[in-house]
Design a protein around this ligand. Sequence first.
Ligand code: ATP
Length: 317
Amino acid sequence: MGLGVLTSGGDAPGMNAAIRAVVKTANYNNIEVVGIRRGYQGLMDGDIQRLTSLDVENISGRGGTILKTARCLQFMEEEGREKALEILKKFDINALVVIGGEGSFKGADKLHKLGVKVVGIPGTIDNDLTYTDYSIGFDTTLNTVLDCIAKIKDTDFSHDKTTIVEVMGRYCGDLALYSALAGGGDIISIPEKRLDFDTICSKLKLRMSAEKNDNIVIITERMYDLQELKKYIEGKLGVDVRTTVLGFIQRGGNPSAFDRVLASKMGVAAVNLLINDYSGRAVGIKKNEMIDTEFKNVNTKINNKKDDHNILNMLIY
Ligand code: ATP
């Protein structure tokens, strides 16, 4: 078996630990590995190099992905995938590990249906895949978000200010939800539990009436026009409101121990699935157990984390 590994979609801290685990597990089982650079784009271009166990030493602590990543429209067309098939044949690659998010898995499923053995590893900071409790990168990003919020809080406290902090997540509120659970915010609005402008104002008013004049409002990206929300609160409550979009600072950085361990376990599980002749499946973690499921069960529908929402209700104002 010639095994290829690629990273696709947005980079996520921990992807390198997954690459390391894939290469080492394969080599341990006498399987040669090639790294495909820049995701599906590199696959179509034949941007491929051999990866040995020595090549992947000392990479698990690095953020981003040593293989680089890309979003590739051409691969979404049949023609692009035919091109990829030719390259796989040319390089004698008959099995593939794809590390990425939902989109990357859709592409992987299409390759699987074309007869390539493919297994997916969830690498996305958004944690928006419902089949797995955690995806690689989420924990590191959560810690980055908490760190940023702690700094904003110091200034807000000193100046009695209110700040709206917009965090990533695409259409999933996990980054905002868990940062609030960890003590990062006072009011939270996420796609799963959206607060309208008036509700945010009345929650702020309640805090201010108790002389809590430093307030962090955490919101998930793409939910509101931030400036509109800021102006609405200022008009309604007569206070200055700051806005901070954390943006790309959330993506990079050294992966947390949790992400490194998770990525390592997932890398091993992915290669073991391929060795045992499985294909068309994504590995994940549920209730602390490694699991795998068919690509067709992977989706990003809103996660109804009821228990977590209930806890949040008790912890924040
Ligand atoms: P992230 O969650 O970080 O955004 P992702 O894997 O969901 O990661 P996408 O940009 O959605 O990121 O997808 C990555 C790549 O996967 C796309 O650029 C494209 O090459 C491929 N892809 C996405 N959707 C499909 C599809 N329906 N069919 C074939 N390939 C796809």
